[in-house]
Design a protein around this ligand. Sequence first.
Ligand code: MN
Length: 492
Amino acid sequence: MNAKDSPRIKHAIEVATKAHEGQLRKTGEPYIVHPLAVKKILEEWGMDEDTIIAGILHDTVEDTDLTLDDIKNDFGETVAFLVDGVTKLSVARNGMRDIDTYLPATKDNFLRLMIALGDDIRVLIIKLADRLHNLRTLSALPPDKQKKVAKETLEVFAPLADRLNMGRLRVELADLSFKYVDPKRYNELKELIEKSNKSAEKSLNKIKEEVSIALKKEKIDFEISGRVKSVYSLHKKLAKHNQNINEIYDLTALRIIVNDITDCYLTLGIIHSLYTPMNGRIKDYIAMPKQNGYQSLHTTVITKDKHIVEFQIRTKEMHEYAERGLAASFYYNEQKLTENYKKGKIEHLPTNLLWITELQTTAARLREGKKVDLKKLKLNLFADKIFVYTPKGDIIDLPYGALPLDFAYRLHSEIGDHVVGVKINGKMSNLNKKLEQGDVVEILTSKNQTPKSSWLDKIFTPHARAKLLRALKLPGHHDDAEPKKRRKPRKV
Ligand code: MN
């Protein structure tokens, strides 16, 4: 217990400690260690008192004699509502029994989970804190259970954290899980990142120095620091780039945080006056934020010493939001406590998170037994993305509109080059069929097959197009990121 804990929080700790008395975690520690760790995570995220209390009590209704009525009497309706949500959610994950009663059959577990969560977004945040602590202590579980939890985290919870723009959480969830899912690969890539960081250190310091001098000259207030790529995102990126490490330009990046948007663009200009920007690598996520609300300017440049380095430029607010996402929104809205906020409905959601409001409305309608257009909901939830599955159950995310060949080239160019057919959800289909959310896609290959130029019409993603063009040895494919007529630059 903490001296600065409020009386309500202190009381919740007493109640939870008593309820879990005698229970042990797989680590051998008293069970209460877990809810207290969840409390700490929620505090770090800046969550409100009701959410913190619900976090302390989140396992009591499912695992102890405490009832929802007890919680309601002691801590009020909101806390009871949140604990109920977390309980239902874990029931939902255990075979999805609860939501089966009102959710029309869909094989899309991700969507089912989202709808189960829909009533109060804080339920989701508690669940993410719960999952984070369970992952941090995953080594105590037997190996098969470790893999199962880790895989589920990679498939469901890390993408969820990403949807909520909780960047720091996403990285921790993904890297912790990946370590269990593929320990060998994890160690390989971790070593690779460390090695590359070490060899880049000297030149990075020089670049930092040059940029700092130039920014000071323009009287721009700034902080500059290195951004290390997460192991899992490197793994995913390598898969997209044929395992070619030379195509990964953001292995190490420099991050510059400034006071306002004007300074962001000024800084970009200054960097471009110092170094040569790479074609096609300037991204203005300030004017055009990502789907999850992420904002920043990105640029990749080549220095005079032929080093390649990525810069990310953003304001303090953008940085805070990129790291903490939805949790940061809660924090900023705490001053403006409204009835809606108390019900977990944030009034001033960034436009890019409005899908949450829609999810909440849909969940409420479903619970009331009203009709809901699930197709439309899916479209809005995943406006830019679909998740499809390999027959083994691996999740592959593709842009909306992707076709079977996009999927095949995403798995591997060897697979893409030898496609003879496709089965979608177990049925033979054709290469013109647009993939849909939740499809199970099986690519049929033959080693006698060769890539066809007619396939160019059956491809949606630039990634697959580039691979096909390369295979066809046609002109028109070149790495637009690769500077021409220069000595091949080294990456930093
Ligand atoms: Mn728990």
